[in-house]
Design a protein around this ligand. Structure first.
Ligand code: 2PG
Ligand code: MG
Length: 431
């Protein structure tokens, strides 16, 4: 038995940022050190994701997690107690084998990912290092380029507009601190514009302003005005990033827009996005097409991949094999990394490494249902991912992550390096 031997694994029910039940796991080592993590939850989910186990029935809309918690406190605890928390890969492999299903539906993706992350925290605590440093070892790390939401939309705002995330990126900022400062100004300016227009109606699930717009372009124009109002240069200093989350409204090559009820074919969808790319300084676009539209992705990437980051989220579901296939098929140039989509820390890391090997942009990402858990802030630095997507610049489940990166930046001191433009996988910058 060593200091890092697992003594207890305990699951408990806590509540997420949407007021829904979720799984927290606490792993205590023989030394008395411990690690804790909370499972996040998506609203726009890819069909290939690890599955959250929910009770069904009437309580809390069927979303309770008592079965997932029983699995943590029963089978999972039984399998992990006595194991060394530093053997992350072996522990994650055991969790996958114990579950035995391709999508973690027996024990629950929520039970498994919270356990996997709690084991990681416990191992870092045993090494008496912050998590990001434990992950990085002696390798140099960089502070991620943040993607920050200004307006919500899609499944996070009752489909008020089609696009799910209207975000900004500040690749010309000199530091992570400065990127947040610029973002804070844009967020304030956007709020003021909404107020003046009589459209300020609170915020959506990830803290971006509620999208009280008549069309998607209205949101883009308002975003451009907000950037300009701060005195920052759109394109050169502050770019736009969109998550279309097209699987939410597209299938079999047909895309039905919520606002006007129009149905577009794949080519028309690509034309519409292409017009946006020609009109606005869009640096990044996520899930521009639905997860079943491989040809659409390939076509879109061929047309725009040299001047825009094209991210697979629902399309890749943080799966290393899918990332490798995307690299050989030329369907995109970046991958979103969500630990709960993959199921375990190890699988998420494998997907990230596959992305790096392919020369892709790699973005560690939160979910729309979040908590005070800041694991992903540490993963983004410790894995040197280059980018971090957490939602907006309000609501403490979002701010907790941005603030944690500020603490890491301070701890790095003179060694702090901000990714900026280098995080983006394309060469033709906006002029
Ligand atoms: C996404 C995420 C975060 P959700 O689609 O990228 O914005 O949303 O967690 O609902 O899948
Ligand atoms: Mg997405």
């Amino acid at each position: 038995m060593t200091d890092s031997t697992i003594a207890h694994v305990r699951g408990r029910r806590v509540w997420d940022s949407r007021g829904r039940p979720t799984v927290e796991v606490e792993v205590t080592l023989h030394s008395g050190m411990s690690g804790r993590a909370i499972a996040p939850a998506g609203a726009s989910t890819g069909s290939g994701e690890a599955l959250d186990l929910r009770d069904g029935g009437t309580a809390f809309g069927g979303l309770d997690v008592t079965n997932a918690l029983s699995n943590v406190n029963g089978e999972i605890a039984g399998a992990l107690e006595g194991r060394d928390a530093r053997d992350q890969a072996a522990i994650d492999a055991s969790l996958v084998a114990l579950d035995g299903t391709p999508n973690r539906s027996r024990l629950g993706g929520n039970a498994i990912v919270a356990t996997s992350m709690a084991v990681l925290h416990a191992a870092a605590a045993a090494s008496r290092q912050p998590l990001w440093r434990y992950l990085a070892g002696n390798r140099p790390v960089r502070l991620p380029l943040p993607e920050i939401q200004i307006f919500g939309g899609g499944a996070h705002a009752a489909r008020r507009v089609d696009v799910q995330d209207f975000m900004i990126m500040c690749p010309a900022a000199g530091s992570f601190t400065e990127a947040l400062e610029w973002t804070a100004e844009v967020y304030r300016a956007a709020g003021a514009l909404m107020k003046d227009a009589g459209k300020l109606q609170g915020v959506a699930d990830e803290g971006g302003y509620w999208p009280a717009f008549d069309c998607n372009e209205d949101a883009l124009d308002t975003l451009m005005r907000a950037i300009a109002d701060t005195g920052l240069q759109p394109g050169k200093q502050v770019g736009i990033s969109l998550d279309i989350a097209a699987s939410e409204f597209g299938r079999d090559g047909h895309y039905t827009l919520a606002l006007d009820g129009r149905t577009l074919g794949t080519d028309q969808m690509i034309d519409m996005l292409g017009r946006w790319l020609d009109t606005y300084p869009i640096l990044s676009i996520e899930d521009p097409l639905a997860e079943d539209d491989l040809e659409g992705f390939r076509h879109f990437s061929q047309s725009y991949g040299s001047r825009c980051q094209i991210i697979g989220d629902d399309f890749l579901v943080t799966n290393a094999d899918r990332v490798k296939a995307a690299a050989s098929q030329g369907t995109l140039n970046a991958v979103l990394i969500k630990p709960n989509q993959a199921g375990t820390v190890t699988e998420a890391h494998e997907a990230l490494q596959a992305g790096k090997t392919a020369g892709f942009g790699t973005i560690v990402s939160a979910r729309s249902g979040e908590s005070e858990d800041v694991t992903i802030a540490h993963l983004s630095v410790g894995w040197d991912a280059g980018q971090l997507k957490v939602g907006s610049f309000s609501r403490s489940e979002r701010m907790a992550k941005w603030n944690e990166v500020l603490r890491i930046e301070e701890a790095l001191g003179p060694q702090a390096r901000f990714c900026g433009w280098s995080a983006l996988p394309f060469t033709d910058r906006p002029r």
